[in-house]
Design a protein around this ligand. Structure first.
Ligand SMILES: N[C@@H](CCC(=O)N[C@@H](CS)C(=O)NCC(=O)O)C(=O)O
Length: 125
């Protein structure tokens, strides 16, 4: 396979807020049909298959993950978006739906997660 025929593969986990960034970016950028998306529900055979596929290429497996070029894997949502955006010359900062998600529900989830962790820590102390 050469660079002309290569299609990035994006690995997504169900209900993952970081993966939702990628789902929105793919739709809003028009790239959805230019990539292969492999998603999984935790606890399924698909999860084992996907972890087996990406595991050997990543120092630490997390999702989203992507093969962005032949043999080149990334596992960081912002890095994956930046790389895919650069490839087609689009600017993710100019995407209103992505921006609304990042500044709204995504940020709220991250705040709630941090607060929850802090409360758990206090409860255990
Ligand atoms: N900074 C990473 C965080 C991604 C992350 O924490 N993803 C969670 C799922 S929501 C994960 O992969 N957890 C470990 C796992 O499922 O193996 C990013 O932006 O991609």
């Amino acid at each position: 396979m050469n660079d002309q025929t290569f299609r990035p593969t994006i690995y997504l986990k169900d209900k993952c807020p970081f993966c939702m960034k990628i789902r929105i970016f793919l739709l809003e950028s028009g790239l959805r049909d230019s990539v292969e998306v492999k998603d999984f529900t935790p606890g399924t055979d698909a999860e084992q298959q996907i972890r087996g596929e990406v595991g050997p290429h990543l120092e630490k497996v997390s999702f989203p993950a992507a093969q962005v070029a032949p043999g080149e894997y990334l596992a960081d949502s912002d890095g994956i978006i930046a790389r895919l955006a650069q490839g087609v010359g689009v600017d993710p900062a100019q995407m209103p739906v992505l921006k609304a998600y990042l500044e709204g529900p995504f940020q709220s989830l991250m705040t709630l997660f941090r607060e929850n962790m802090e409360l758990k820590k206090q409860q255990q102390a």
